[in-house]
Write a protein that binds this ligand. Structure first.
Ligand SMILES: [Zn+2]
Length: 147
């Protein structure tokens, strides 16, 4: 089994609450959300740095990221989002698979980006994930791989 947790999720060998997936990109709920709705966007191919993306994949990655952020903004309480991208060991030694955090923020939320938040309850992730998938499908129904 691949040691990379994101590759395990992509292959279906590890569980995740997946909001969006196609052949190139996956959006899933963070297991340790800084705030409800905290998403991770990953390439489905194990890639260490965004500069290693083919340009067409980079364009698609950020198009889907933009759509997922728009879905979050319409779905969970927020005053905006913080986006944080980890690539390579210097940024995230425990996970070398490049990933973009999209974190819904509120003005007074006291989120600390340098600390791992507690693990979310499974029921809460399922509830938020179902809501996000429904809103995503409504907003992007002509380009929905789950349809
Ligand atoms: Zn990987």
């Amino acid at each position: 089994m691949d040691a990379c947790i994101f590759c395990q999720i992509v292959s279906g060998d590890a569980p995740a609450n997946i909001v969006y997936a196609d052949n190139e990109v996956m959006g899933l709920l963070a297991l340790h959300p800084a705030n409800p709705g905290h998403l991770l966007v990953i390439p489905t191919a194990h890639t260490v740095a965004i500069c290693d993306f083919p340009e067409v994949v980079a364009t698609h990655f950020f198009t889907i990221s933009m759509r997922l952020e728009r879905t979050l903004r319409a779905t969970v309480p927020n005053n905006g989002c913080t986006l944080l991208m980890h690539e390579g060991a210097v940024s995230h030694p425990a996970n070398l698979h490049v990933h973009l955090h999209i974190i819904p923020r509120q003005n007074d939320d006291r989120v600390q980006l340098d600390r791992r938040a507690p693990e979310a309850r499974r029921e809460e992730l399922d509830r938020i994930g179902q809501h996000l998938r429904t809103v995503y499908r409504t907003q992007w129904k002509d380009d929905d791989p789950f349809a």
